[in-house]
Structures are given as structure tokens and as C-alpha cells.
Design a protein around this ligand. Structure first.
Ligand code: CA
Length: 364
């Protein structure tokens, strides 16, 4: 019997699994692949930078070294905010960033990091994976020659560092504050002056007085930045980034040319980082919050309800502007709102109701 006939018999007689083993037995030479990856984070910056680097290393390890990832932190190949063009143009294959840095290209990108009054980590994952979020993200990214995937999350962010107490909406008037994304637009509606700065430039601007206040991430990251040296009041919770998702953005033509196996490997590595980074933030934020308060004399403050009501009204105005930008921006917004309503209703009587009762009974 010839080999070809044997294979046919195998397919018919032994079932799919055995047949597949027979067919795939000859080793298929896999080509080495090199990926140039740029990032908006400084090298080794805890959480964001180390998470992006961990993803890059994981991808290389998963491929047993067949995929070589040349990782470039901010300014090592291009400036942080030039990452988008570097990948869209095909000069690099991949970036790791927060998509809301590109809201100037299209406001729809903001929704794929976080928007004011937006989604928490678990709500975001539900929207992206099962609520139509990924499909809309793909449609938006494709307009710029890109393909995005979830690759990290910081969770709920703090409201920011202020030199003075914020007791009323009037305290935002004239306030120069580092706040990117649509949160910055909300601040502007309240009379503030939002500034978008990469992480590496915030401290010097805060110390010199070029800005009056800043948000960044949360206790772990913020304590490393030493913002407490220039501003003692640390406000919570941040309305602007309730679950900031990080992302990889890939050159879409390059992505489409990959084998299904390579696409799956990248998806698996980035999905894992989405989870691992969130775990790390949750594990470390509590520890560093304690250090900030007890070792650095940081004063914790909660935004009052009047301020939050004003945030809400301003956010509605910002969203009206976004929706009128384009048909696609409107569809992204409506899809986001639908997810916030339905997933949020479930979160309210599951996670939130449970944690509220647990903490009340145990006095946590
Ligand atoms: Ca932030």
C-alpha cells in the first residue's frame, strides 16, 4: 500500500485525532520572526513598563525563541507619543500603550483605555470580549492600519495629587493638571487646564510648578514617582480612569500576514498580561497606600458628592462632543453605554453588594 493510501485509510478508519498525528508528523520548518516593539513607558517602569517587557519576554519564551522581540522603551527608538505612527507606518510591528493617548487621531480610541464614568476591569473585559467592544476596536484601528488587543490593566485609578484641598467645583478653576484622555476634557469643562504629559515628564513639571496637580495611576506607581514631595493631598476615587486598559497595537497588514498559530500565540501572551498586570496592581496598591500615608504623611481625601455630580454633568457634555465626531464614534459610545448598563447592573448586586456586606461584617 502506498503512503498516500495509508493516509486515506487512516483518515477514514482511525478518526480525526490519529489522522492529524499522521499528517503533522513531518517537521515543518518554522521561520524565525523578528518583532520591533515600541512602548510609551520608560524602561523598567514598574507595572506599565515591566508589564510590557514581561509580555515581550513571554512571547519570545512561548515560541521557544523563534519569535525575537526587540523591545524599545519610550525614547529608545521613538518618543512615547510617536509610537502610534511608528507602527501604523510599518516602521515597527507593535506598540504597547494606552489607546487614549491617540484621542487626537480619533476620540473613539479613548474608550479602549478608559473614559470618565467608564468601566471597571471586569466590566471592560466583558465588553471587549462579549459585548461587541473588540469588533468596534478592530473597525476603528483598521482605519489607521492597526490591530489592537488587550494587554494589561491598572484597575481603578486614584483621583490625583493636589497641593490644596478640593472642596468645591470652583477649586478646579484655573487648575493646571496633568490628565490625559477624555478625563482631561471633563476637567476643562470645570474650568481647569488639562495637560497631557508622558509619565517621565510629570514629576519635574509638578515640582517646578508648571502644573498644579497631576493624576497618574495609583499608590504603587505614584509612590515611585514621589509626587508626595510636591503635593500632599491624594484624592479618590478617580472618575477619569476607573479601569485603565493597556493595549498592544500592531501593524494590521503585518498581523493579517501571520499564521493562525502565531496570531493565537500573540493573543494568548497579551491576554495573559491583561490578567497578570491587574493582579500585580491589586496586590501592590494596598501595600503602597499604607506606606504613603504612614511614612510620607500623605493626606487621603475623597471627592465629595457635589464634585462628583459636577464631574457627571461635565462628562455628559464631553460625550455629546465625542458622539457628534463621527458615526463610528457614536456607535462606540452607544455600545459602551449598553455594556455599562447591563454589566454594571450585574456588578452592582454581585461583586459590589457582596464586598459591601463582607467589609461591613468584618469591619474592613
Ligand atoms: Ca492615569
Amino acid at each position: 500500500m502506498k503512503r498516500r493510501d495509508l493516509l486515506k485509510t487512516g483518515l477514514a478508519g482511525l478518526g480525526g485525532v490519529a489522522a492529524a498525528t499522521t499528517i503533522s508528523a513531518p517537521a515543518i520548518a518554522k521561520e524565525r520572526m523578528e518583532i520591533n516593539m515600541v512602548a510609551t513607558w520608560g524602561r523598567d517602569f514598574p507595572g506599565l513598563g515591566t508589564g510590557a517587557q514581561r509580555f515581550a519576554q513571554r512571547l519570545a519564551d512561548m515560541s521557544d525563541g523563534r519569535i525575537v522581540v526587540n523591545y524599545f522603551a519610550a525614547n529608545e527608538r521613538v518618543k512615547a507619543f510617536d509610537s502610534f505612527d511608528e507602527v501604523a507606518s510599518g516602521n515597527a510591528q507593535m506598540y504597547h500603550a494606552a489607546e487614549y493617548y491617540w484621542k487626537g487621531k480619533h476620540p473613539g480610541f479613548a474608550y479602549f483605555t478608559s473614559v470618565p464614568f467608564g468601566l471597571t476591569y471586569t466590566e471592560m473585559n466583558a465588553w471587549i470580549r462579549f459585548g461587541g467592544g473588540q469588533e468596534l476596536w478592530d473597525e476603528l484601528s483598521a482605519e489607521y492600519g492597526l490591530k489592537g488587543l488587550m494587554c494589561g490593566n491598572t484597575g481603578v485609578q486614584m483621583g490625583g495629587w493636589f497641593r490644596k484641598e478640593i472642596n468645591s467645583v470652583d477649586d478646579f478653576k484655573g487648575l493646571k493638571m496633568r490628565m490625559p484622555g477624555l478625563g482631561g476634557d471633563v476637567l476643562a469643562k470645570l474650568g481647569g487646564s488639562p495637560v497631557s504629559l508622558p509619565g517621565g515628564q510629570i514629576y519635574e513639571n509638578l515640582v517646578s510648578g508648571a502644573i498644579d496637580a497631576t493624576e497618574w495611576v495609583g499608590p504603587w506607581n505614584d509612590s515611585i514617582m514621589k509626587f508626595y514631595e510636591a503635593a500632599k493631598y491624594y484624592y479618590f476615587p478617580g472618575m477619569h480612569e476607573p479601569g485603565a486598559m493597556l493595549a498592544i497595537g500592531m501593524n494590521n497588514e503585518w498581523w493579517k500576514g501571520l499564521s493562525k498559530a502565531d496570531q493565537l500565540m500573540i493573543e494568548a501572551a497579551s491576554s495573559m498580561e491583561n490578567d497578570v498586570m491587574m493582579s500585580e496592581y491589586n496586590a501592590k496598591n494596598g501595600l503602597f497606600l499604607d506606606k504613603l500615608v504612614n511614612e510620607q504623611g500623605v493626606k487621603l481625601r475623597e471627592f465629595n458628592d457635589d464634585i462628583y455630580d459636577a464631574f457627571g454633568e461635565a462628562a455628559d457634555e464631553v460625550f455629546e462632543t465625542v458622539k457628534s465626531h463621527s458615526e463610528l464614534a457614536n456607535r462606540i459610545h452607544e455600545s459602551f453605554v449598553a455594556a455599562r448598563t447591563s454589566v454594571g447592573a450585574w456588578a452592582k448586586l454581585s461583586d459590589q453588594a457582596y464586598v459591601r456586606q463582607r467589609n461591613r461584617v468584618l469591619d474592613l
